[in-house]
Design a protein around this ligand. Structure first.
Ligand SMILES: Nc1ncnc2c1ncn2[C@@H]1O[C@H](COP(=O)(O)OP(=O)(O)OP(=O)(O)O)[C@@H](O)[C@H]1O
Length: 248
């Protein structure tokens, strides 16, 4: 991990709705994400985890505060510039794998490049496909793959452009524990071997235990963080949330 800050949230706020029907989803969250760092975001349901991650990665627009990627203030970009930045600098992995059913695994992996008429870097593509254990599955269509294999295709697709920031929202939510463990090992590899910045939303203390750091959100606020987490320590902290106790 280096000290270089790849993504930064500065007092991010998000209010949904208007008039008397507003929901404060984020209430002034600040955090920095360094190159090669794997961070998990946890918190009770509705605490703002997805909203935070989406605002930081330029999928959603904050109502206040700033999100920066590579020092660029996302709020200063036009819609077109933002789309381009997301495509080039951010890789997304979601709970539902979002693969195109008519394309083969390989076509799905290289889709972010083929959409903009680019060719994959052969050495990089081989490295990711190998690391994801997909080399002998590239001609298969999603329906011919297991859930774990499909999620690894989705992960390879997120990495094919060599994004600085990899954002994973509940990536193991639809996987059995063994496939989940394999995917988490790969996310850790992205951070520690390939120097990517990984941000993962999860409900699972075991998954959070793979990260270098856990940020805890509650009611749209950042209420705590934990370095070098273990599943047991994370579980203990989450139990205190459930019991409604203050965490500080
Ligand atoms: N598009 C929207 N319109 C209105 N309210 C929204 C919208 N998206 C999220 N919210 C509200 O904002 C709050 C935070 O939601 P968010 O999805 O970020 O929480 P979360 O911690 O990711 O939840 P979960 O763990 O259940 O996925 C919730 O109260 C939610 O109902």
């Amino acid at each position: 991990m280096t000290d270089q800050v790849v993504a930064e949230a500065e007092s991010l706020g998000k209010v949904y709705g208007q008039g008397g029907n507003t929901v404060v989803a984020l209430d002034g969250v600040s955090a920095r994400f360094r190159r090669g760092e794997f961070t998990a975001v946890m918190g009770p349901s509705g605490s703002g985890k997805s909203t935070f991650t989406h605002c930081l990665a330029g999928l959603d627009t904050p109502s206040s505060g700033r999100a920066r990627i590579g020092g660029i203030d996302l709020g200063s970009l036009s819609e077109r510039e933002l789309t381009r930045l997301r495509r080039e600098r951010v890789g997304f992995v979601f709970q539902s794998f979002n693969l195109l059913p008519t394309l083969t695994a390989w076509e799905n992996v290289v889709l972010p490049l083929s959409m903009s008429g680019r060719e994959p870097d052969a050495a990089w593509a081989e490295r990711i496909v190998g690391a994801m254990g997909l080399a002998d599955r590239l001609d298969h269509r999603p329906a011919q793959l297991s859930g774990g294999q499909q999620q690894r295709v989705a992960c390879a697709r997120a990495l094919i452009t060599r994004p600085e920031l990899v954002v994973a929202d509940e990536p193991t939510g639809n996987l059995d524990s063994r496939s989940g463990a394999r995917l988490l090992d790969l996310l850790r590899l992205c951070a520690h071997e390939w120097d990517q910045t990984v941000l993962m939303v999860t409900h699972d203390p075991v998954a959070a235990g793979y990260a270098d750091r856990v940020l805890f959100l509650a009611d749209g606020r950042l209420v705590d963080s934990m370095d070098q987490p273990t599943a047991d320590r994370v579980l203990d902290r989450m139990r205190r949330f459930d019991a409604g106790q203050e965490v500080r």
